[in-house]
Structures are given as C-alpha cells and as structure tokens.
Design a protein around this ligand. Structure first.
Ligand code: CDV
Length: 320
C-alpha cells in the first residue's frame, strides 16, 4: 500500500510585537482547520511562529528577552493548538524559542517540535546553524542577533512518524548541504523546515534580489540529492518594518516544486506526498551504499573553514 501523507504548508504573515500568543495561536488554529478541510495529515508552521522575530532587536533586559521564550510545551497559550490537532487528527511542526532547564541552568534554543495526530510531541529539534551576530551592530538597518540569543543544537535526528522517516531543520540550516546529507544518511523521507528570512541581507545586500531564488535553490538541491521530500514554510511579509520573504513550498524527491504559497500572508497550500517516491532516487542516482565515497570526504568533518597554503595556493592532500 502506498504511503501517502498529505502535507500542508501553514505559512504565516507577519506577527507584530504587540500581538499576543493567544492571537497567534488563533491564526495557527484557523490554518489547521483549513488544512484539515483540504485533507491534511500534517501542517508545517514557520520558525519562531509564536512571536515576532525578536532577534532583530538588541535587548539587554534579561526578563524582556525571556518574555519571547517558552518554558514548557504545550503551555496555556498553545494548548488550544494541541487540542485541535487531537480533535481533527492533524499533526503539526511548530517553531518557537525555548528556555530549557539543562544541567542546573537555563539554556535558550531556537526549537521546533513535531506533533502527531494524537497531539503528542514525537520529536524535538534545536537549530544547528544559528546565523547572525553576537553584538549590537548599529550600521545594520536592523539586527540579526540569533547568535546572541540562541545556543546552537548539535544533532540532526530522524523519527518514525506519519508512516515514514521524518527530520527537522530550521531556517539557515536549509542553506547547508550537510543538513540534508546527515538526515539522508538516516533514511529521511520528509524534511520539515520553518524559516524567517528578511529580504535584506545586511552583510551581502547584493543578494537581496536573489533571496527567493536561493530559498528554492537550497531546498530543491537538498531534496533531489538525498531523495527526500522537503517542506519549507515562511513567516512572511512586513513585520515591525522589516520585509521577509514568503516562498513557502513543498518539494518532491525529484527536486520539483509540487505546491507553493503565493501570498505573503497567512496561507495554506497542500500536496499529496508519496513517501515511496523517495526510493526512486534513493535506489538509483543517490544510492549511497553503491555510489558514495566517504574516504574522499574526510575534510567535511575534520575542518570547519576553508584552508589555503601559506602562499595562497589551494591546499594539497599529502601523498599517501
Ligand atoms: N532565521 C534565519 O536563520 N535567517 C537567515 C538569515 C539571517 C539569512 C536565513 O538563512 O534565512
């Protein structure tokens, strides 16, 4: 029997600073109801989907920073979403800022969870590629202080859910080949990715016009090269004066986009995803067992950055 999962993209428009979690959860519930009416098994929401994208501000007051974080999940504000998931039998992926108790202290993570159709959390992920900067940089039009506010996670894992092998990532992770390959090596069949991507990239403004192209380029390559479905979902539009891309889309293991949002507001798009379609790629062009050559890839884990010889020439492998 085919393994079909109807996956809905639950794109959000902007969340302003004054919007409460209760207001946002109402919007998430409305998207879930719409997805359910379209036959969804699962709805994918964006990164940091409960509040405005607060890393755009340099905040010194610890209590104010913590006000953007969740100390438990579900909690009073998000419980209605979990209840609705159980009532409708629709699972969800949700990104949020997490204040976790760890080793007797508190740690801040950029987190996502996967919730099954019974409303149970079946997996949790901490964003690995945390972008941006640590200190206030007044030359920027707006800050991107994720490195200041979030500790990076340290693993990409998969979970058996919805009849297949599911993995999670968050925003900047989608630009890195390593994200998909590490999930691919664990047999991933569906990668869920929420994101907040400002159109303006302060360190490289010449990329601004390419932001939607890079969004698709990364996720389509990741899907094809690992024979997996990829669902990427934006928090889009103008939030506190900062414009973020939309471009939420669902990509097949062929690399083709099979569903996409067309607005920059709250919107649902859905596709019927056959998880068995992954095997068409995993057993042929990207049959890892047959074709990968890990002995040639050691540098990927041995090195963090590019290394040139002292004279600037490319590094030469020592003769064996
Ligand atoms: N939230 C993000 O991770 N945003 C980054 C920005 C900083 C470029 C992204 O990769 O989309």
């Amino acid at each position: 029997m085919a393994r079909i999962v109807n996956v809905a993209l639950g794109q959000l428009g902007p969340i302003q600073r004054s919007d409460t979690r209760e207001q946002v959860v109402k919007r998430l519930c409305a998207l879930m109801r719409e997805a359910h009416a379209l036959g969804a098994d699962l709805i994918v929401y964006p990164e940091l989907a409960l509040t405005t994208f607060f890393p755009r501000w340099y905040i010194e007051d610890e209590a104010e920073i913590n006000s953007y974080f969740e100390t438990s999940m579900p909690n009073a504000a998000t419980q209605p979403l979990f209840d609705l998931a159980r009532e409708l039998g629709v699972g969800f992926y949700l990104g949020y800022a997490e204040l976790a108790q760890e080793g007797g202290g508190l740690v801040r993570y950029n987190t996502s969870i996967l919730v099954d159709k019974a409303g149970r959390i079946v997996d949790k992920y901490h964003k690995v590629h945390v972008p941006g900067h640590f200190e206030h940089e007044p030359w920027r039009r707006f800050q991107h202080l994720e490195k200041r506010y979030f500790k990076p996670g340290h693993r990409f894992g998969v979970v058996q859910a919805f009849g297949g092998v599911f993995g999670m990532a968050l925003c900047n992770d989608r630009r890195w080949a390593e994200t998909y390959r590490v999930l691919g090596l664990q047999g991933v069949e569906m990668v869920l990715i929420g994101y907040n991507t400002p159109v303006h990239n302060a360190p490289a403004p010449e990329h601004d016009d390419l932001s939607l192209f890079h969004n698709r380029l990364s996720m389509q390559a990741g899907a094809y090269q690992n024979g997996t479905w990829v669902a990427g979902v934006a928090k889009a539009g103008v939030e506190e004066g900062v414009d973020s891309i939309g471009g939420s889309c669902l990509i097949a293991p062929s690399g083709e986009v099979v569903a996409a949002c067309t607005t920059k507001g709250d919107e649902v798009a859905l596709a019927r995803c056959d998880l068995d379609f992954c095997a068409v790629y995993k057993k042929t062009t990207f049959n890892f067992d047959l074709h990968r050559q890990p002995r040639a890839y050691g540098m990927i884990v041995e090195r963090k950055g590019e290394t040139l010889a002292a004279d600037g020439s490319p590094w030469q492998a020592p003769a064996h």
